[in-house]
Design a binder for this molecule. Structure first.
Ligand SMILES: C[S@@+](CC[C@H](N)C(=O)[O-])C[C@H]1O[C@@H](n2cnc3c(N)ncnc32)[C@H](O)[C@@H]1O
Length: 438
């Protein structure tokens, strides 16, 4: 175990207790709060390995999140030890992601560009890494440095490497890590290239941002037999964590993990277009009925992911409002290639009416995915896998010889509206970008 940590504090020359104050705010309660958080994660089955329980008890998360942002009344507000001392500390030791940096988003607005992930998601990923004492690990997405500190607590500084594309984040993380007693290797670089020194090899790679494609450098810099753990997304929202066994040559294969993960997309990935979507005119569309009764197939993550694998790039979806009542009357999907569909929410004897217009029939992709998913007993994520070769990414059910899909071109899907929330398609299509939560 490396690093002095600040769990119970240690006396410094000025008589204060290091790690026990942030500015003028007493943080003496943090060990109890950390203990309570770990107890909660253990009780809910999110963490079991003693070494990760110890790391989460002993690494002071508050030193890595000196402030965070929360959305109140549609405005981002800063929460700091000075503005809300008690709430700040309690929130830091709550099982929630905390937004730690705001910036300009791809579609123009201001939103999260870095965050400290939900502790349960972090614990789940750390356990899934299956680390041994002698392993070296590369993290993509240093952010606050908290995850790097947990890794350094477990493996020692020398075995931990972490990169972030934002040099300011790396500088701040370096200082906080040092203050907490850790000195892993850090670099400011585009994580798509892995660690900047391409000669270095790792046993494990953990990405804390999502990708549309697994960069070849990750599978090349991870030794044969090593693991690459990453949130693979079609577009910005459909997909999940996958653990790939590297062949050491830029290729690999492995299964998706059960559970849910929604990391912000790695900067540099192709984002869906924000304009160029077709006007929908039902009179010019093919009309039929569907037996799919689910109003929100995107709330069934595996089915929705499989559907997205057969859709053209840039699918956005939302609701069509009734012109008089202004209540949702139909679900809509549309693509910049001119494809669109609307599916009535009204159920008749024949099912629900569908209007579809090509070149791709989008609702047919949803139906076909449902048929395959159902024919295979509605598999959970862990029955799905991914094979990455030099030329393509292949998604499969129950093995590469089972039903399989080649990953479509990047940026296929614009994010889903949060469950229960209806949004008319007004150009944002329910798009919520750069969100990370569990
Ligand atoms: C969810 S945050 C990481 C949280 C971090 N692991 C922690 O413990 O605080 C995602 C991070 O990925 C970084 N990132 C985004 N695109 C990147 C890229 N192309 N290369 C490296 N880092 C990137 C962001 O700057 C952000 O800090």
């Amino acid at each position: 175990m490396a690093g002095i940590g600040h769990r119970r504090g240690h006396d410094s020359s000025d008589g204060s207790v290091a790690g026990e104050r942030t500015g003028n705010v007493a943080v003496t309660a943090w060990p109890d709060l950390a203990d309570a958080l770990v107890a909660e994660l253990v009780a809910s089955g999110k963490v079991s390995a003693p070494e990760w329980q110890a790391a989460m008890r002993e690494v002071p998360r508050h030193e890595f999140v000196p402030k965070f942002y929360e959305l109140r009344d549609r405005e981002w507000r800063e929460v700091t030890p000075e503005s809300e001392p008690v709430r700040w500390l309690e929130r830091v030791y709550t099982n929630k992601p905390l937004v730690t940096q705001l910036g300009e988003l791809h579609h123009g607005g201001i939103g999260p560009t870095s965050s400290s992930s939900a502790p349960s998601l972090m614990a789940r990923m750390l356990e899934a890494l299956d680390l041994h004492d002698t392993h070296t690990v590369l993290e993509i997405g240093t952010g606050t440095g908290y995850n790097a500190a947990l890794l350094a607590h477990r493996l020692g500084d020398e075995r931990v490497f972490s990169v972030d594309i934002d040099p300011n984040l790396v500088d701040a993380a370096r200082q906080r890590l040092r203050h907490a007693g850790y000195e892993p290797h850090l670099a400011a670089a585009d994580g798509a290239g892995g660690w900047p020194d391409d000669a270095v090899r790792f046993d494990r790679l953990i990405a804390t941002c999502a990708v549309n494609r697994v960069p070849p450098a990750w599978l090349r810099q991870t030794r044969a037999g090593g693991l690459v753990l990453v949130d693979l997304k079609v577009g910005t929202s459909a997909g999940n964590l996958v653990a790939l066994h590297s062949n050491g040559d830029g290729t690999g294969q492995g299964h998706f993990l059960d559970g849910h993960s929604a990391f912000m997309l790695m900067r540099g990935e192709t984002h869906p277009p924000i304009s160029g979507y077709p006007q929908r005119n039902r009179r010019q569309a093919h009309r039929r009925h569907t037996s799919v009764m689910e109003e929100r197939p995107w709330e069934s993550p595996v089915w929705w992911f499989l559907a997205c694998l057969s859709m053209p790039p840039g699918v956005r979806f939302g609701y069509t409002l009734h012109p008089v009542t202004e209540q949702p009357a139909a679900v809509s999907l549309s693509c910049p290639d001119g494809s669109w569909c609307e599916v009535s929410l009204e159920v008749t004897r024949d099912g629900r009416a569908v209007w579809e217009s090509g070149p791709s029939y989008l609702w047919s992709a949803v139906e076909q995915a449902r048929d395959i998913w159902t024919a295979h007993d509605q598999p959970e994520w862990s029955r799905l896998g991914l094979t990455v070769t030099a030329g393509e990414h292949l998604v499969w059910i129950d093995g590469p010889t089972g039903p399989r899909w080649v990953l479509p071109p990047s940026s296929s899907v614009v994010g889903a509206p949060p469950p229960g929330e209806c949004s008319a398609e007004r150009g944002d299509g329910g798009h919520h970008e750069q969100q990370e939560c569990e």
